[in-house]
Design a protein around this ligand. Structure first.
Ligand code: XMP
Length: 485
């Protein structure tokens, strides 16, 4: 952008956030919203089909939310407020949920018992095990139907469907051919075997069906859903990172309240020296000088925001913060790596503004709180309405929970002495998150189309080329006209 325009935009945005502005349209050329691309990036090497990210909070993103976001084209970030093994299990659950070809299907030997098979199926939430011998040859398939009425001490060999009754395919079978085979034979699973009958993979009818159900699904090169995982900057973060990488997390998000700190700096240096290839996003920061510091250390993305979150009280309690629209532009204009706008999204229009101002994706917490896919139970409040709990990670309740998990002697007493910077809230139950994400994508496509683009990237260019035309600061009356509903 020309520097005078850049200066003008900086001045306009100073001290302001999303509700302070509207975006006058350009000249629309899209015939329908269907052809509009929302392709973007979460980090340098992790792309998105829809630029939304679920927040790494313990009342927002576990495996279920991460699966939903990846299926809809975004990405979910599994929170870090749990043991390393438990966090890895959640990452694994996402990675195993669907794939074009399952390369290492869960297997069992024919001499194992049905009780053992049942345990694996329950623990890993899978409905089928392949039976192989010591050299990896396929011997049979054991599905949940085969074990339903079997006793625990029966052997797998007695209940499995044996190899001679199975239909298999070679490893290079195409998807359309695999689909034909599954359909023609009314099968659920198609094992792939090499010329020596060794098992090399498994294709499931569910995965093929999902290709049609979730056309925007965000997948890795092996056709598995993409997922991120959060780590801290102190304590077990190196060990956690090693395990998360091993289990297949696509990107690590080193996340602390204030990454503009020696703690953040040291942690990045340490992590980078041990895992030079890891895809690493760090945050949160709000200062362009910090952008330069971290991008020089080779991070692959930066998370921006200080205190805009819907469950945050940092600004209230410390008077520290930067209005989110200002922070996004300040950082995006100097960044060579993707910017994630984190916090303060109250409606879909805020997402559009964050993306036009230079963010490549937007992280949401409160917007999707109370949905089915969030961890935690649905309960009825005193008025009889269904609700779920949502809380800031620096709330007293979250601190208490963490101390309890760490088996601190008196978690209640200890947490009551800490100064919280977050709130716990009761959120009205919202049903599934899927329609919420789809509506966001629809609204974003409309923003792009109003501006006269065919892609998010093009819309941002139109906006940045002429910000004086496409950004208007609102009077209080205009804000009332726009936002009071
Ligand atoms: P939204 O507005 O989407 O924001 O709910 C989600 C983001 O809020 C941040 N976060 C916190 N910030 N105290 C804070 O100051 C907290 O307790 C807290 N918990 C979460 C975080 O960046 C998240 O992604």
């Amino acid at each position: 952008m020309k520097s005078r325009q850049d200066q003008w935009l900086l001045n306009q945005l100073r001290g302001c956030t999303f509700d302070d502005f509207l975006v006058p349209p350009g000249w629309g050329k899209a015939k329908s919203r269907k052809g509009i691309s929302l392709i973007s990036r979460f980090s340098e090497h992790v792309s998105l089909n829809v630029p939304v990210v679920s927040a790494n909070m313990d009342t927002i993103t576990g495996a279920r939310m991460a699966i939903a976001f990846a299926r809809e084209g975004g990405i979910g970030i599994i929170h870090r407020y749990l043991g390393i093994g438990d966090q890895c299990k959640k990452v694994e659950e996402v990675k195993r949920k669907e794939s074009s070809v399952i390369e290492n299907p869960r297997s069992i030997s024919k001499g194992s018992t049905i009780g053992e098979a049942r345990k694996i199926m329950e623990r890993e939430k899978i409905g089928c095990l392949v039976v192989i011998n010591d050299s990896g040859k396929l011997l049979g398939l054991l599905s949940s139907r085969d074990v339903r009425f079997a006793s625990d001490d029966q052997l797998v060999a007695e209940r499995m469907k044996s190899e001679k009754d199975l239909i298999t395919a070679s490893p290079d079978v195409s998807f359309s051919k695999a689909r034909q085979i599954l359909d023609r034979n009314r099968l659920e699973k198609l094992p792939l075997v090499d010329k020596d009958r060794k098992l090399v993979g498994l294709i499931t009818s569910k995965d093929i069906e999902n290709l049609g159900l979730y056309p925007l699904a965000n997948k890795d090169t092996n056709g598995r859903l993409v997922v991120g995982a959060a780590v801290g900057a102190t304590g077990d973060y190196i060990e956690r990172t090693a395990e998360l990488i091993k289990i297949g997390a696509d990107v690590l998000i080193m996340d602390i309240a204030n990454f503009q700190s020696d703690v953040g700096l040291e942690a990045v240096k340490n992590l980078r020296s041990k895992f030079p290839e890891a895809e690493l996003v760090v945050g949160n920061i709000v200062d362009p000088d910090a952008v330069k510091v971290y991008q020089d250390l080779g991070v692959n993305g930066l998370k921006i925001g200080l205190g805009p979150g819907s469950a945050c009280t940092t600004r209230f309690n410390t008077n520290i913060g930067v209005p989110q629209a200002q922070a996004i532009y300040d950082c995006a204009r100097v960044s060579d790596v993707p910017i994630i706008a984190d916090g303060g999204i109250k409606r879909d229009g805020h997402i559009a503004s964050a993306l036009l101002l230079g963010a490549e994706s937007v992280m949401v917490g409160g917007l999707i709180a109370g949905t089915d896919e969030t961890p935690g139970l649905v309960f009825r409040d005193s008025t009889g309405r269904k609700a779920k709990i949502f809380r800031g990670m620096a709330s007293r309740e979250a601190m208490y929970e963490r101390l309890r998990a760490e088996e601190v002697d008196d978690p209640y007493e200890t947490s009551s002495k800490l100064s919280p910077e977050g709130l716990e809230k009761k959120i009205e139950y919202k049903g599934s998150v899927i329609p919420i994400i789809r509506e966001i994508a629809g609204h974003l496509a409309s923003t792009v189309s109003y501006l006269g683009g065919m892609s998010l990237q093009e819309a941002r260019e139109i906006f940045m080329k002429n910000p004086r035309k496409h950004l208007v600061k609102l009077s209080l009356a205009a804000q009332k006209e726009s936002w009071d509903r």
